[in-house]
Design a protein around this ligand. Structure first.
Ligand code: PEP
Length: 241
């Protein structure tokens, strides 16, 4: 039985004080799923210090442990801040900062060494989707990202780029079929037993109206949520789907 996990990705939004008020509100209720927030670097420490139930994670880390990488954030600091998870390979990072499958793989390994859960994002572009390349693109991303990785300690997020921030959600059928494909690919790289333990999220315009149908899918164990995680009432509705 896989425990569902819903993570809000605040991206480059939310001031520190507003984030703490949001977190306080979120923590007033109990949930029997894992709930997480990925916030901006400067908010991580106050958020983690205040969080009692909600998991707190970074949106990115560097693929080197330390050194002359101005402006970057090391895995060691994430560990020192006692963070629970870190997003890796979000499509916005792949698209705007040229993040490759190879750097994604390096980041995952560094995070696992420090016992921080990598939330590994994969997803195809609109063009690839329209050209029916989804299977090939996703399988390649999974294979390269998870090379020599202990995948049972990772969370995978399937986020079709064409559904992120666009209001276009993949239908539950599409989302389920790609999440199923990811699980099968993981099984072929490891074993069915391990693949059945890995939690796979769907992300892309998830909202309080569509969450229930998505979460009802056999291979979808959670959601990575952008826009709808910025409004407390929407996010609360989402996590109590
Ligand atoms: C995301 O950024 O991971 C995301 C899924 O965004 P949105 O929910 O806004 O589409």
């Amino acid at each position: 039985m896989r425990k569902p996990i819903i993570i809000g990705n605040w991206k480059m939004n939310m001031q520190i004080a507003d984030g703490l008020v949001f977190l306080n509100d979120l923590e007033k209720e109990s949930y029997n799923i894992d709930v997480g927030i990925a916030c901006q670097a400067i908010s991580l420490i106050p958020m983690k210090e205040q969080a009692k139930k909600v998991l707190i994670g970074a949106q990115n880390t560097n693929d080197e442990l330390n050194g002359a990488y101005t402006g970057e954030l090391s895995v060691d600091l994430l560990k020192e801040a006692e963070l629970d998870f870190c997003l890796v390979g979000h499509s916005e990072r792949r698209q705007y900062y040229n993040e490759s499958d190879e750097t994604v793989n390096k980041k995952i390994k560094l995070l696992l060494e420090k016992q921080i859960t990598p939330v590994v994002c994969v997803g195809e572009s609109l063009e690839q989707y329209e050209n029916k390349q989804t299977k090939e693109v996703i399988e390649k991303q999974i294979e390269l990202a998870l090379q020599d990785v202990d995948v049972k300690n990772c969370v995978i997020a399937y986020e079709p780029i064409w559904a992120i921030g666009t209001g276009k959600t993949a239908t539950p059928e599409i989302a389920q079929s790609v999440c199923r494909l990811i699980r099968k690919k993981i099984a072929s790289l490891t074993s069915v037993e391990i693949a059945n333990k890995v939690r796979i999220q769907y992300g892309g315009s998830v909202n309080p109206e569509n969450i229930k149908e998505l979460m009802a899918c056999e291979d979808i164990d959670g959601a990575l949520v952008g826009g709808a995680s910025l409004k407390i009432n929407d996010f609360k509705k989402l996590i109590s789907y």
